[in-house]
Design a protein around this ligand. Sequence first.
Ligand code: NAP
Length: 474
Amino acid sequence: MNDALMQVAGSSKYADMFEFRLDLIPQPNIARLLNSTRKPRIVTCRPEWEGGSFMGAERKRIEMLEMASAFGADYVDIELNVNPRTLQEFIRRKKDTKVIVSVHLFDADLFDVTKIYKALVATGADVLKFAFTSRDAADNHLAFRFLSLAKQDAQKAVSIAMEECGEASRALYRKFGGWATYASPEAGAGVLPGQIPARELKDLYRADRLTSSTKIYGVIGHPLGQSKGVYLHNPLFRRAGRNAVYCRFPVTDLDRFMKFVAPFLSGFSVTIPHKQSIIKHLDAIDPTAKAIGAVNTVIRRGGKLCGTNTDATGALDAIERVTKVKGKRVLVIGGGGAARAIAYEAKRRGAEVLIANRTERKAKLLAKEFGVRMVRMAELRWADFDILVNATSVGMFPHVDESPVPKAILKRKTIFDAVYNPPMTRLLREAKRVGARVIQGTEMYLNQAALQSELHTGVKPKAATMRKLISRLK
Ligand code: NAP
């Protein structure tokens, strides 16, 4: 009970309404809960059969909701699946309290959004709520669809794709005409996957200020747990004065995402594992992305999806802030998307490129394709180079104690690590210790994000702005 009251106090700066989940509060004092805030209050007592924690008698549960109504709750949430007579009685007897009728689907494979919407409308509820477990970011479109149906009929509605991959459905509710969304309080535990803290929803996404003309951007990839793009691009949109928002879309099924959600997007960043597989979904890709064979940025131009790659320029600009690459030997460790981008751009800028990779076959193919030399990992200690680039994921969180190369080869060289989480990797620490110049992956991240932002907004962010934003990243 005290936890609930503390959560109200802690998040009242950001919340416009509060929901009291009686089923989650031990021995709830309904009057005290309702008196803890002057903002509109929703009271819910979710039964176990609808994914909640209330296990008592149904009659007792309905009595608690009726009591909440008698004590002046602004809204009471009741499930569509209660006994139909109970529901009708409840709606008939409500006085000043408005009724939210809700449907929660967990682990449902197939459902008909229109049918669920119509069943909710038929109850005569004041607010319709539909929440369902999402399995992929593509499922966000089901929430968008529900809200769009309600908007057409001027019905107040809430729709949430639960789980992490449905995060965007919470951030974008206003864009699709939703009445409200549910956020986690600032303080305390109990944050569900995909729930966005109220402070972030307001300050970062500005979710309550989005309109039907807000442009949607985002990042697609899987997993996206470490992705920091929302913390850069949302503030950059604000600074550029754009009515735009940037969300995380954890995509596993790229085909479904491109069919159902991409049509709503004005542009997006692409990360592992979709940098190559995205290409077949695009209308055009620029020559750099084509040569690299990987796209990390997609922009919509005149209705067409165009792919480009800002990793290459981002990495080489970071290196060239410290030393020019023309005429130097650049040893790239890796055979994936980052290695391809960096090797391509280093060569284009006049460097002699060498490639080494754990899977030698990949290094060999890459070296042949780009017309550069391959070096065996086992022979690295004899390699002659000026600049070493780590374009593998070795050293990345959580494997922070690993380094892709022996420290003996780092002496007095320039070392660039594309890994940016953590910013100071074991490779860079060891390189520093033996007197090498080091460049952190955050520099590349900052450059490629600035280029993406310029593509999205038409405004090039200042380096100082980017540094400030990067320094605030958690
Ligand atoms: P990717 O396409 O999946 O390639 C991964 C590379 O890492 C492959 O060469 C792989 O070798 C190698 N690798 C993975 N685990 C290894 C291990 N235990 N030992 C040795 N090699 C290993 O990934 P990517 O897109 O190229 O990204 C690579 C790194 O660059 C990631 O850490 C990513 O975060 C970083 N990156 C940073 C930025 C930035 O802005 N700073 C931008 C893009 C990427 P095999 O071929 O043998 O599997």
